[in-house]
Structure formats: structure tokens, C-alpha cells
Design a protein around this ligand. Structure first.
Ligand code: SF4
Length: 354
């Protein structure tokens, strides 16, 4: 930490966020690096893993999502996995060096009949000594407390885009519904994971307005995933225009400046990014990725590619993943690589974020 911590603000205006997004690129990246270095080791990137515990047939109509039951994407659906199956995967993740286990389900909201199983999963994951994380759709205040009481550490629920553009993307739940769920998660005492997607056809103003929604929450989300749209055949956004990589990096940099103490997660869409674009994203303050070469319906960069990129960039160098005597607990990339050899269930839940 070499910079003075940037002030944590909760009173951003859309105009201010737009001004950030329009700064000369070098000035924007410099500001973002200063903000990032004030709160984080600039050469550390957190590695997350996710398990799909219930796949597809979602009643929501998110236009980007292959898991929506409204679109025919050829996705193979799966019912809720058995608790023991989930815990076996969690055990394997722990043995591979993971410290947090994330579970994603494609629901509008968790059905009451499944809550006892979810609670058993959380307790089981915690009993293994792992942090727990879930993304299950909307939560009532009561459900949020139930999950928190069971020990759930993190809950993911993305805003996706600006309030103004939102209706172009989702019609089956409102923006207010999403904000309500995030408020319930926060009130229940859990860590909040919430971000959005770039490439839905939104304007730069929409990106600014989304960041303002996140940054003006009473407490910033601890984790802010910034996704690049993964265009999936069969979804209404399959033919969406490509995102300009520089504009994508600008969104990450503005998120870092506006929420300097939050982890900005370089999330879905990495497969279509060059190594150089990912490096720019890390330079802009992204410090978290999902690892694994299997997305739900699309590919994520192979673990080898991530390993090589991290090595070339000097990221997580102290993990010594090229050292044969490595410790799995200190080497998430290598440990994940080993696990991937025999595990096909991990995917990037952000490809169908809740
Ligand atoms: S993004 Fe989440 S809520 Fe929307 S359709 Fe996909 S799984 Fe359902």
C-alpha cells in the first residue's frame, strides 16, 4: 500500500461517473491504480470457484442468459444437486486449495422446500473450514436471515445495468426487486457481491448510472463483478455488438475509483479477451477472477492460460506455482488446474448471473 487511501464516498452523481469514463485513458488508469494501491496489493488477484447446484429452466427472462427458460439454447437442465454431492465437491475444492466455495442456482428465488437443503449445504461447507457464497436469485428478508444464520458469508445478486436501461434486458423482475434483495442481504449481515454487464447495448451513461447505483449504497458491495457479455446462440443478445475493450477497461477503472476498497471482479467474457486486454483490466484495478476452463455454455480461459498470464504479469508471485514444492493452500491456480483434470462441474456462474 503506497498511496493515501482514497476517500470512500456514497454521493456520486451520474455526471461525475460519466466524467470519469471520459477521462484521457492514461489519466483514468493512473487514478484507478492510485485508488487500488491504497487498499490492495497491486500484484494480488483473488481466485474464485463456483459450482452450479441447479442449472437452467429459470423463469426469469434476462436477455443475455442461457439459463433462462424463455430461450432455447440447448442447455442441459439439472435439478438441485444432493447435499452430499455438493459437499463432496466442496471437499475436493478445499483439498485443491480453495478457501471459498460458491454455489449458484438458476431460480427466481429459492423455493421454500429447498431452503433446508441450502442450509445444510452452507453448514456443511462451513464445517469444512471454507467460506461460503451463494447466488440463488431474489431473497425475502426472512430468507436472507435464514441463510445468514446458517453461516452464509457472501451473497451474489447483480444489478446488471442502469435503472433506465434495465427494462430492455429483464421484464420479469424489477430493479427495485434487486435493490430490495441486496438490502435484505446487507441487513442480514452477509457480504454483498453485486455488479453488472457491459455489452448489453447500453450507453456510456447507463454504465455510469449503474456504477452510481452500486457506489451510493450505504455500504459498497465487498465484491463488484464487471462482466463482458458472453453472446450465447439462442438468447436475444446473441448478435449484440461487440464491446470495445478500451471502454470495458474504462468501466473497471471507474468502478475502482468509485469503490476503492471493493474487490473488482473481472468476470464473464475473459475467454474472448486477449491477454493484453486482461492485463489492462488488472492495471485498472480488477483483482479477482473466476478460474476454470468450463463455462456453463461457453469457454473460460484454460487454467494453463491463466497460469501463464499470471506468471508473465508477476501476479500472485508469492504463490510459487512453478515451484514443485508448492503448497496447495497458497497456490490456487495450480491447485485448480490439478482439480480440473477430473472435475467438470465448475463453471462461471456469471455467465448466467442472478
Ligand atoms: S441471469 Fe439469473 S435470474 Fe436471469 S435468467 Fe439467468 S439464472 Fe435466471
Amino acid at each position: 500500500m503506497t498511496s493515501t487511501p482514497a476517500p470512500i464516498r456514497h454521493n456520486w452523481t451520474v455526471a461525475e461517473a460519466q466524467t470519469l469514463l471520459q477521462l484521457p485513458f492514461n489519466d483514468l488508469i493512473f487514478q484507478a491504480q492510485q485508488a487500488h494501491r491504497a487498499h490492495f496489493d497491486p500484484n494480488e488477484v483473488q481466485v474464485s470457484t463456483l459450482l452450479s447446484i441447479k442449472t437452467g429452466a429459470c423463469p426469469e427472462d434476462c436477455k443475455y442468459c442461457p439459463q433462462s427458460g424463455h430461450y432455447n439454447t440447448g442447455l442441459e437442465k439439472e435439478k438441485l444437486l444432493a447435499v452430499q454431492q455438493v459437499l463432496a465437491e466442496a471437499q475436493r475444492a478445499k483439498a485443491s486449495g480453495a478457501t471459498r466455495f460458491c454455489m449458484g442456482a438458476a431460480w427466481k428465488n429459492p423455493p421454500a422446500k429447498d431452503m433446508p437443503y441450502l442450509i445444510e449445504m452452507i453448514k456443511g461447507v462451513r464445517a469444512l473450514g471454507l467460506e461460503s457464497c451463494m447466488t440463488l436469485g431474489m431473497l425475502s428478508a426472512e430468507q436472507a436471515y435464514e441463510l445468514a444464520e446458517a453461516g452464509l458469508d457472501y451473497y451474489n445478486h447483480n444489478l446488471d445495468t442502469s435503472p433506465e436501461f434495465y427494462g430492455n434486458i429483464i421484464t420479469t423482475r424489477t430493479y427495485a426487486d434487486r435493490l430490495d434483495t441486496l438490502a435484505h442481504v446487507r441487513a442480514a449481515g452477509m457480504n454483498v457481491c453485486s455488479g453488472g454487464i457491459v455489452g448489453l447495448g447500453e450507453s456510456a451513461r447507463d454504465r455510469a448510472a449503474m456504477l452510481v447505483q452500486l457506489a451510493n449504497m450505504p455500504a459498497h458491495p465487498e465484491s463488484v463483478p464487471i462482466n463482458m457479455l458472453v453472446k450465447v446462440a439462442g438468447t436475444p443478445l446473441a448478435e449484440a455488438d461487440d464491446v470495445d475493450g478500451i471502454d470495458f477497461v474504462r468501466t473497471i477503472a471507474a468502478a475502482k475509483i468509485m469503490m476503492p476498497a471493493s474487490n473488482i471482479r473481472l468476470s464473464a467474457g475473459r475467454e474472448q479477451m486477449s491477454d493484453e486486454l486482461q492485463a489492462l483490466a488488472f492495471l485498472a484495478g480488477a483483482n479477482s477472477i473466476f478460474l476454470g476452463d468450463k463455462l456453463l455454455t461457453t469457454a473460460n480461459p484454460g487454467v494453463n492460460r491463466d497460469r501463464e498470464l499470471f506468471a508473465r504479469l508477476g501476479i500472485n508471485r508469492q504463490h510459487n506455482w512453478d515451484d514443485d514444492t508448492f503448497s496447495p493452500q497458497r497456490c490456487p491456480v495450480k491447485a485448480f488446474y490439478d482439480r480440473e483434470q477430473h472435475n467438470e462441474q465448475y463453471y462461471d456462474a456469471m455467465a448466467g448471473s442472478n
